[in-house]
Write a protein that binds this ligand. Structure first.
Ligand code: ADP
Ligand code: MG
Length: 282
């Protein structure tokens, strides 16, 4: 640091516990800003004006009863669907209506509710395949610059090894996809996404169907990715998990974003409680 560092108390005052503020997506400088997004399927309005922001380096939970429109909203953000109206901004740039590849290139990673694992490939091969897929457009270099590609291949193997270790899947590296449990496949799916090194990772029910011991691993890995600067937006049904791991929560109901704020809103906001009680069988 430079000279005038004598009385740097300004920073100290801002770190005030309990200063969580309600965010409607318009405040601050969110990494992802969803504004008035509508998506219909024929006469059915799946997403109905969803509006919220995902703060940089936050873990944000997207919750709501089945059929609320959460997965469809993910599809709109990741380019699977073009919204009928509304804007989706990533780091200020509009991305709605762009292709999944274009959105991924801009730094949005995504896992699916049903993992995409190749059953006939080993865990290591699955990850290496995903990595090669990402450098695919550069593979044409191999005809002209073979050295570049073999350097790239070594780099891929190194990254795959790192990720296997990070996810504690190294002992399963040579197992075939078909031999993995559902939970292990979800971890592998996360590995596939981490390989892209995205700025923001969207996860659709990452721990649903995962056995409790792996659940903790998976959540620890998400926290660690977040500590390393990745922003995380995840759809989750388990309120305890949301309360424990999220900095921020967005509640969807009937395609609308009903509330947005610190995790406590889940317990304190009457409309949220109502949406949940109305959405699930007691
Ligand atoms: P959630 O993920 O919150 O459970 P979804 O986004 O999957 O909700 O679904 C929201 C609504 O949109 C549901 O009524 C669902 O049946 C409908 N829907 C989702 N995808 C499609 C589709 N491709 N075609 C027709 N309807 C769909
Ligand atoms: Mg869903």
């Amino acid at each position: 640091m430079g000279a005038a560092d004598s009385d740097a108390d300004a920073d100290a005052d801002t770190d005030d516990a309990g200063s969580a503020n309600i965010d409607d997506g318009s405040a601050g400088d969110p990494l992802l800003a969803v504004d008035g997004v509508v998506k219909t399927f024929g006469g059915l309005v799946a997403v109905d004006g969803a509006t919220f922001g995902v703060e940089r380096e936050s873990i944000t939970g997207l919750i709501g009863p089945n059929g609320a429109g959460k997965s469809t909203l993910f599809d709109c953000i990741t380019g699977v669907h073009a919204p009928d109206s509304g804007t989706i901004r990533l780091d200020g740039a509009e991305i709605q209506g762009r292709s999944p590849t274009a959105v991924a290139r801009r730094g949005v990673g995504r896992t699916f509710q049903t993992p995409k694992t190749f059953r006939g490939m080993t865990v290591r091969q699955n990850l290496a395949f995903a990595a090669r897929d990402q450098v695919g457009e550069r593979a044409f270099n191999s005809m002209f610059r073979p050295n570049t590609v073999s350097a790239e291949e070594a780099d891929i193997q190194e990254r795959v090894d790192e990720i296997l270790e990070f996810l504690e899947l190294d002992h399963l590296a040579e197992e075939y996809g078909s031999a993995l449990s559902g939970g292990q496949r979800k971890l592998l799916e996360l590995g596939r996404v981490i390989l892209m090194d995205p700025d923001i990772i969207l996860l659709d029910e990452p721990i649903a169907g995962v056995n409790p011991s792996l659940t903790d691993d998976l959540l620890d890995r998400l926290e660690e990715l977040n500590d390393r600067g990745r922003t995380i937006l995840f759809i989750e049904h388990d309120i305890d998990v949301v309360m424990q791991h999220c900095d921020h929560v967005v509640v969807m109901h009937n395609g609308e974003t009903l509330a947005s704020g610190p995790p406590q809103i889940v317990q304190e906001d009457d409309r949220v409680v109502e949406a949940y009680l109305g959405g699930y069988d007691a």
